[in-house]
Design a protein around this ligand. Structure first.
Ligand code: ASP
Length: 340
């Protein structure tokens, strides 16, 4: 019997011995460091992400056998730095499919850390789940001497099994973050994520959730079905303010037909006068422009007379997703569809 067969046999035997009626949990694999392989167990950084399949990954966590019935599926196998709109659409469709099943209690998604906050936010806005959708990850590859992935998966499962859990959250290093607030803040540390000013949703301690605040609530977003109909995603880019910033990048993007721009401003929404001039002329030409701050904590406090829309506290990468979804909604309005 190989380790995978042993894993499923153990799950089967546990169910026979303890026939507690528990709903299914779905674990979707997308790749990332959690599924990464390095040539040496001592190498935590020189690995290739997205090498181990989800079934193999789960089979290597024998303790999961006590977590009830688990269904697993490989949705993609990528390094999340290469996340694409196609993968997002596929993932949203699978999440929607499983959430609609009454027998499914929740979903865990294994994901790379680099763009985890973007996928989490995207799923929160498109799926608005009343059940838990828990993204988890690892900072060390599966081959590491002491990998962090297995514990993160166990913690994510504990959150997804919590009777009150709902919405999209991320679980890493024992901390539960809301999709709305989570940001990767460290390139190496195992505890690589922060919720900034908002504080985490809670902590997982020895398999038990200690809740600190409310679960993420549904936001004004876009229906998941609408994502499945998108033929071409609206191009929205991020530009940053910094010393010596100019309008050159904005002009080049406008020439390329960009539909939206998010500006990662300095401080409380300040923009170099040359960049600001470029953004205002892009806006006058019909490009949607949104201002966010490059400060990792806090949010812009808008001033009367601001002519560029405020991101409402969203980080630049999340403001970009919100703007893309807004443009998709606009494109799919019957009047817009009629014009094309
Ligand atoms: N580049 C990897 C990824 O995002 C990093 C990680 O998972 O930690 O897939």
């Amino acid at each position: 019997m190989n380790s995978q067969q042993l894993y499923f046999y153990t799950v089967f035997m546990k169910k026979q011995l303890h026939p507690v009626k528990r709903r299914k949990l779905v674990i979707l694999g997308t790749g990332g460091t959690i599924a990464g392989k390095a040539a040496h167990a001592s190498d935590n950084i020189g690995y290739t992400a997205a090498q181990v399949g989800i079934d193999q990954l789960l089979a290597a966590i024998p303790a999961l056998a006590a977590s009830g019935l688990i269904i697993s599926e490989q949705v993609s196998q990528i390094d999340s730095k290469d996340m694409s709109f196609d993968v997002w659409a596929r993932l949203a469709a699978r999440v929607r499919h499983f959430l609609a099943d009454d027998d499914v209690q929740g979903i865990v998604i294994t994901h790379g850390t680099d763009t985890l906050e973007e996928t989490a936010f995207f799923l929160q806005l498109t799926c608005q789940p009343a059940k838990p959708v828990v993204l988890t990850c690892a900072m060390r590859p599966a081959t590491a001497l002491v990998p962090d992935g297995p514990q993160n998966v166990m913690d994510a499962v504990a959150v997804a099994r919590h009777p009150e859990a709902c919405g999209v959250v991320a679980v890493c290093a024992g901390t539960v973050h809301s999709a709305m607030d989570v940001q990767k803040v460290h390139p190496y540390r195992l505890d690589a994520f922060s919720s900034g000013d908002a504080c985490p949703v809670g902590y997982v301690e020895e398999g038990k959730l200690r809740l600190l605040r409310n679960w993420p609530v549904p936001q004004a977003g876009i229906a998941c079905e609408a994502i499945e109909k998108v033929a071409t995603w609206p191009r929205v880019e991020i530009v940053m303010n910094y010393a010596g910033a100019s309008a050159l990048t904005v002009q080049a993007l406008v020439d390329q037909g960009v539909r939206g721009l998010v500006v990662a401003c300095t401080g409380n929404g300040t923009i170099h006068e040359d960049l600001q001039a470029g953004l205002l002329s892009a806006q006058a030409a019909g490009v949607r422009v949104v201002r966010s701050t490059r400060c990792p904590d806090g949010r812009i406090l808008p001033l009367p007379g601001n002519t560029i829309a405020d991101s409402q506290g969203l980080s630049p990468v999340k403001a970009r997703i919100a703007l893309m979804l807004d443009l998709i909604t606009e494109d799919q309005r019957p009047s817009a569809a009629g014009q094309t």
